[in-house]
Design a protein around this ligand. Structure first.
Ligand code: EPU
Length: 340
């Protein structure tokens, strides 16, 4: 499965099928049920770590195509197949002069994956634009439309990766965007970019800026950039309780460090995981066998070429343990672990 993922690790799938439509999905589910095989639903493979043993059941890659546009309630609604490449959809929206997802340019993976972890970057989250999700419900064996409110979106979280994990196969996502809407400029990196480059950016300028910033951080999949062979951020930014925040500040003062605070993070008492990693004795470009920490961003674990999943996990463990020892905080991984 390694070639089906951006991190490039993982053994074989016992069975594999690509589903292009609802019928394929139903057949796949039937196949797995009849043989009592575990089912794993794969999208763009940009947020998964697959074990070296692979998957002892059926891997169903959902590739439902198509982007349809309609007007409703003063907005532009896009019904988008789960298999559509996310960044192609963002480019499509911008070409149609529709605002709402421009800051999510350059994120790898497919549309169907975006509600699962409520994809977000540079001040936007898909939760702001998703209206509903059409999914095949494995439990009740039928198609169901879930309204955004039923998805319980929060930071990198939804019912799809928490309470109802494994229950739904996402077929289509509906987003509501604003034609002629103003681009979103909330995140410090983006504001700084335009402070230097331009005063009133257009949607396509935002898109170009986000892609440039992502590329500088190794977070844009680019041929020849070894730092982009990753699963993106490997850890979530921890959300701290008041007591944890006090303890962190105490430990930082002891070390004469200042804990960075950014509006986007401090709002929700979130602390930068990258900062914790870098201030626990790791540096960007740290190498451990065939894996390492990206030379451009401390939060990405990279495959330096031919790495095994076990090596990725060993580095993950080392980072978690050292951060815990130094800061008393346990970093929660952000990607999905498959077959462990
Ligand atoms: N920082 C460091 N070292 C680094 C990088 C960052 O100390 O190597 C500190 C700095 O203080 C920096 C702060 O972390 O100002 C924030 O860094 P950045 O803007 O790169 O964002 P992030 O919090 O590390 C999050 C998301 C990314 C998303 C960016 C931009 C998570 C886990 N990650 O990263 O999402 O692209 O913000 O919005 O929330 C992903 O989920 O895979 C992902 C790439």
């Amino acid at each position: 499965m390694a070639p089906l993922t951006t991190l490039g690790v993982g053994g074989n799938a016992r069975f594999f099928a690509a589903a292009k439509n609802l019928r394929d999905v139903e057949e796949g589910v039937q196949f797995a049920t009849n043989r009592m095989l575990p089912l794993f639903v794969l999208g763009g493979g940009s947020n998964v770590v697959v074990s070296d043993r692979g998957w002892a059941g059926l891997v169903l890659q959902v590739g439902v195509p198509g982007i349809e546009e309609r007007q409703a309630e003063g907005k532009i609604f896009f019904d988008v197949g789960g298999g559509v490449d996310w960044d192609d959809f963002v480019a499509h929206c911008i070409a149609r002069d529709c605002a709402g997802v421009e800051c999510l340019s350059g994120i790898p993976g497919s549309v169907g994956g975006t509600p699962v972890q409520n994809v977000g970057a540079y001040g936007q989250e898909v939760a702001e634009t998703i209206v509903s999700v059409l999914a095949f419900d494995i439990r009740d064996n039928g198609v169901r439309e879930l309204k955004a409110a039923e998805c319980s979106f929060s930071y990198r979280n939804s019912i799809f990766n928490s309470s109802d994990r494994g229950r739904y196969i996402i077929l289509r996502v509906t987003y509501a965007l604003t034609r002629g809407g103003r681009p979103s400029l909330r995140y410090a990196d983006l504001k700084n970019y335009f402070a230097v480059h331009d005063a009133g950016p257009t949607l396509s300028q935002i898109r170009a800026a986000v892609r440039t910033i992502r590329a500088q951080k190794g977070m844009l999949i680019t041929a020849g950039d070894a730092d982009s062979r990753s699963a993106g951020s490997f850890f979530k930014n921890p959300v701290l309780s008041a007591a944890q925040h006090v303890e962190l500040t105490r430990r930082a003062m002891e070390r004469k460090f200042e804990v960075p605070s950014y509006p986007a993070l401090s709002q929700r008492k979130k602390i930068s995981a990258a900062w914790l990693v870098e201030n626990s004795g790791f540096r960007k470009g740290y190498v451990k066998g065939r894996t390492g920490i990206s030379s451009k961003h401390a939060l990405a674990i990279v495959n330096l070429g031919g790495a095994m999943a076990a090596e990725v996990v060993a580095l993950k463990d080392e980072i978690q343990e050292r951060v815990e020892r130094t800061w008393g905080l346990w970093l929660e991984p952000e990607p999905v672990f498959v077959g462990f």
